[in-house]
Write a protein that binds this ligand. Structure first.
Ligand code: ARG
Length: 570
């Protein structure tokens, strides 16, 4: 579709001297009402320069335009010039593009645009991996794929919360309330149990807090016993996190978490001091952000221990030095807004112009309907439980819908997990979500299963037609046959895929891809409903099959960008 837009901008720029092609390109609109054409050029902005009323300008432009292969006709309505594309040119160009590029349509094969660091998931060791971390994980994973599709090289970083006073608490709690056997047997839930217990008990015995702080200081000073325990807690937790990442199909290029910056922070604190940014307040080192109307950023506590922000500032510098990133994107819940605004500001004050390339991508909260989800402990919802429940529920649905399906378990997994991922990204990510099984697993709704089902439907048509996608399908296509509204509707969706990816990246919104996938699936289902595909006439049949092949690939690619599998049957 972009090529067409460029062509139209070129046509117009021949007629309008004082605007260049790019400016015109940016002014071109895609009318929501298809009766207004495929592109519309508004003439309001030209009025001042030409000293004429916009509708008159529009009329004159329309009359001056010559013939073009790609434009069927133009119309002038009020202050607009509307362009109606030559359908056959459009169909031919888009379909042959998709059929040629297939699984690479929209997905760049080179990574030459530079590095993008994406910090996502980043759960806290020994604290629950909850639905909020799921959002961070799937959004970050999707942004990773989206940016790579555009030609960047992404570095996925799991900035584990593996350092901080909570480990002092955990060590104290472990010594008082747990044992090696219990932790080995029960894993994170045991760590969580004693962590919660610590907080309850510390209310009664406040001296425990001091004990915990002392242990953390010991860790910071390299105490062997404390560090050995910490390391062990960390590996116990990681093992469980990795199980969830496997289920989700998510990978990281680096697990450099907060502890990794331990021996790198003092240099940064010194730099802050040398640059005159540090002020001492009640023994603590802080950077004032009064002018920015923000509370000060805490760099070290009065006992000298570091904080979340200290580690983040150090991490940002390390990442810039190591990866020379074009952008460093950090995906967390909206609640952390202030923290990021503060530490980005500190980096700016240190004189680093690249502070403008630090991006916080905030997302809204997920709450559980009626709080009725199976949980292993207290009111903490474990991610793994949700995924497993989704798989089970999906399996039931599949058993009803398609009892003869082979490998139901594998497909239930792909669909059950895909459904949860999709729901997390269907709306603008800043929005809160109320989790609802009814919505998430609705095969007819605007959901993951619906999109996957449409993909499976396309695959099944191809199978019936004996088309093996491992070979280049030899289709005898007559582009002029593809002219009905539903078919053109599909073509137009296919045409905007690349642009949608660019916009999703630009706005850090995987939801654009999710919505696109639903739009394409709906367009395809309308086409499928309106047109018989496997008909006698082989030109008609092949031309329509070409649409099916194209849709199959593009849905699969869109799902891929969301981190969702595309089973060929379900
Ligand atoms: N561990 C944090 C949490 O669970 C998220 C860390 C995000 N990344 C960062 N560089 N601060 O809330």
């Amino acid at each position: 579709m972009n090529n067409f837009k460029i062509e139209i901008a070129k046509l117009l720029s021949n007629k309008i001297d004082y605007l260049n092609q790019d400016e015109i390109y940016n002014m071109l609109e895609i009318p929501t009402n298809t009766e207004m054409g495929d592109f519309a050029f508004p003439c309001f902005k030209l009025a001042k320069e030409l000293r004429k009323a916009p509708p008159i300008i529009a009329k004159e432009i329309k009359e001056s335009l010559g013939e073009s292969e790609i434009v069927e006709r133009t119309e002038n309505v009020n202050a607009y010039v509307n362009f109606f594309l030559n359908k056959m040119a459009l169909v031919k160009s888009i379909l042959s593009d998709v059929l040629e590029q297939k699984e690479y349509y929209g997905i760049s094969q080179t990574k030459e645009l530079g590095n993008i660091v994406i910090d996502y998931s980043s759960p806290n060791i020994a604290k629950p991996f909850h639905v909020g971390h799921l959002r961070s994980t799937v959004i970050g994973n999707s942004l990773y794929r989206i940016y790579e599709a555009l030609g960047y090289k992404c570095v996925g970083v799991n900035h584990l919360g593996d350092w901080g006073t909570q480990f002092g608490k955990l060590i104290v709690a472990y010594k008082k309330y747990s044992s090696k056997e219990d932790v080995e047997e029960k894993g994170i839930s045991e760590l969580l149990r004693i962590y919660v217990l610590f907080h309850d008990e510390a209310k009664k015995y406040p001296e425990m807090e001091q004990e915990a702080r002392d242990y953390f200081t010991k860790m910071e000073n390299g105490d062997e016993e404390a560090l050995a325990l910490w390391n062990w807690f960390k590996s116990v937790s990681l093992k469980e996190f990795e199980r969830v990442y496997d289920m989700l199909g998510v990978k990281f290029d680096s697990y450099n978490g907060e502890a990794f910056y331990n021996d790198k922070m003092s240099v940064v604190v010194k730099e802050l001091e040398d640059k005159g940014l540090i002020e001492i307040s009640e023994g603590a080192k802080i950077v004032r952000l009064d002018e920015e109307n923000m509370p000060p950023c805490l760099i070290t506590k009065n006992d000298g221990s570091s904080l979340y922000a200290t580690r983040d500032i150090t991490a940002a510098k390390y990442r810039k030095e190591t990866y020379d990133f074009k952008k460093c994107i950090i995906v967390t819940a909206l609640q952390q807004n202030l923290h990021f605004a503060q530490f980005f500001k500190v980096i700016e004050k240190m004189g680093y112009e690249w502070s403008k390339n630090l991006v916080h991508v905030p997302f809204g909260m997920v709450s559980m309907e009626g709080g009725k989800l199976s949980t292993r402990s207290g009111n903490v919802v474990f991610l793994e439980d949700i995924l497993n429940e989704s798989i089970q529920k999906t399996k039931k649905i599949i058993e009803e819908k398609n009892p003869d399906l082979l490998n139901k378990d594998e497909i239930a997994k792909q669909v059950g997990i895909g459904a949860v991922i999709f729901d997390d990204m269907y709306n603008n990510i800043i929005k809160d979500i109320q989790f609802s099984w009814e919505r998430v697993l609705n095969f007819d709704g605007e959901t993951g299963p619906y999109v996957q089902y449409t993909h499976a439907r396309a695959c099944s048509v191809l199978k019936k037609a004996n088309i093996n996608l491992n070979q280049i399908p030899q289709l005898d296509i007559d582009y002029s046959i593809i002219s009905d509204e539903a078919s053109i509707g599909v073509i137009k969706e296919l045409a905007v895929f690349e642009q949608t990816i660019r916009e999703a990246a630009h706005k850090y919104e995987p939801s654009y891809i999710a919505r696109y996938a639903v739009d394409l699936a709906q367009a395809f289902n309308k086409f499928y409903h309106d047109n018989a595909i496997l008909v006698e006439d082989h030109k008609v049949r092949d031309s329509r099959l070409a649409i099916v092949v194209a849709v199959k690939y593009v849905i699969k690619n869109a799902l891929f960008l969301l981190g969702i599998e595309a089973p060929s049957q379900m």
